[in-house]
Design a protein. Structure first.
Length: 399
């Protein structure tokens, strides 16, 4: 059977009856009963990835690449297959097992995903377990499409992934097509709030989803379910290389992504914290609430794709910071100086604060410390409407 490592999320081929499972990637040992089942039977075409980058929904750091070290257990399918042949099972059964007679992957692109693994399995086919559904599909590279449910939220899946056929590699063009709709995937990953997408040819991984909020987080308004449906359709369309049918407006509203800087410029930075949610709901309807007084969206501005808005968490609290940034520290590189020159034209000559002389690292500062350009982000401290819009206009002209 295939199990998911509780720490790094890697797929583990485990023999029936094993009680303690050792992960071949992160080397963590876990009781079998605590691991999520990905497939009751290991697919014939399954081969463990040579390397693995943990997805964002698990505890292990996503920026560390793990290497396959040793098989956890010998797969059972070769012995089962020999037994079937020995008792005279027709050869056609082998073709069915290999996926030759499986439905095409395109059949599962626009389907109703609501329900438990068993109820969805009745509609779509496949092998359901308590928290997963594995469906064999017909595709040149992909053997299995799988859906995963949260044990505390069995009414809808929250994660979708693929298992490649043995010896096949993930086509990098799939990731390129996803990046066109979502924005750059850094290190093979993309994320915003509860939404995560992993497309990493180096690790042969392609998956995505939208996690339901925890008990102590923001109220569950069901938005994550719609976000998951959008991610599911975008993933399959990227694999099949055709139009997903998902509009830019749907991506904005469901995922909080795809906003132009001109969209961001429309928000009212003078609104207080009590009016912020309603105001953002009109200007940026997909903005993701990351805490009681913070919201975030993804923009189409490649240099600084993340836009975060922070309000003071108190009665009448004003906006304290607007931050445009990236996912990786220090990722601007030479682009930092380019952005500084663009902003200088609008804001006047910046002050340069040396951070590391030997490595020639600096920060750029404008308007008496109200605007800071770091190695990975641009931060506006308590910006006025005029300053806010001027900065965005300057960024738009800096490509």
């Amino acid at each position: 059977m295939l199990l998911e490592c509780a720490h790094c999320g890697a797929p583990l081929d485990v023999r029936e009856g094993v009680q303690i499972v050792s992960c071949s990637y992160c080397r963590r040992k876990t009781e079998r009963a605590r691991l999520r089942t990905l497939a009751e039977s290991t697919p014939v075409d399954f081969a463990p990835p040579r390397t693995w980058r943990p997805p964002t929904h698990v505890a292990a750091a996503s920026d560390i690449e793990l290497r396959f070290q040793a098989p956890v257990a010998v797969p059972a399918w070769p012995f089962v297959l020999v037994g079937l042949l020995a008792v005279g099972i027709p050869v056609v059964a082998m073709f069915a097992k290999s996926g030759a007679f499986s439905p095409p992957l395109s059949n599962f692109e626009k389907v109703d995903l609501a329900g438990t693994p068993v109820s969805v399995g009745k509609r779509l086919g496949g092998r359901p377990s308590d928290t997963a559904l594995h469906i064999g599909v017909s595709h040149p590279e992909i053997a299995t499409l799988y859906l995963v449910w949260d044990k505390d939220e069995p009414s809808h899946p929250h994660h979708v992934g693929t298992i490649l056929k043995k010896g096949k590699r993930l086509d990098p063009a799939i990731c390129t097509r996803l990046a066109v709709r979502l924005g750059e995937l850094r290190g093979g990953s993309w994320g915003l709030g509860p939404v995560h997408v992993n497309c990493d040819p180096a690790n042969n991984t392609l998956s995505g989803g939208a996690s339901p909020p925890g008990k102590d987080e923001v109220p569950d308004d069901g938005r994550w379910k719609q976000a998951f449906v959008v991610v599911h359709r975008l993933l399959l369309a990227a694999i099949l290389d055709h139009d997903s049918g998902v509009s830019d407006a749907e991506i904005q509203k469901s995922l909080g992504a795809g906003y132009a800087l001109s969209d961001v410029a429309a928000i009212d930075v003078a609104a207080d914290v009590d009016d912020a949610e309603a105001m953002l709901g009109k200007s940026l309807p997909g903005a993701v609430r990351s805490s009681n007084s913070n919201w975030e969206v993804r923009t189409t501005y490649a240099r600084l794709p993340r836009a975060r808005f922070d309000w003071e968490n108190k009665k009448g609290g004003r906006i304290s910071h607007v931050t445009f940034g990236t996912s990786d520290y220090g990722s601007l590189g030479s682009g930092q100086a380019t952005l500084a020159k663009c902003l200088d034209k609008t804001l006047g000559r910046s002050d340069v604060s040396e951070v590391d002389h030997a490595k020639k690292k600096v920060n750029y500062i404008w308007n008496g410390s109200s605007i800071w350009l770091y190695e990975s982000s641009l931060s506006l401290v308590r910006p006025s409407k005029e300053t806010f819009r001027a900065v965005l206009k300057a960024l738009e002209g800096c490509n």
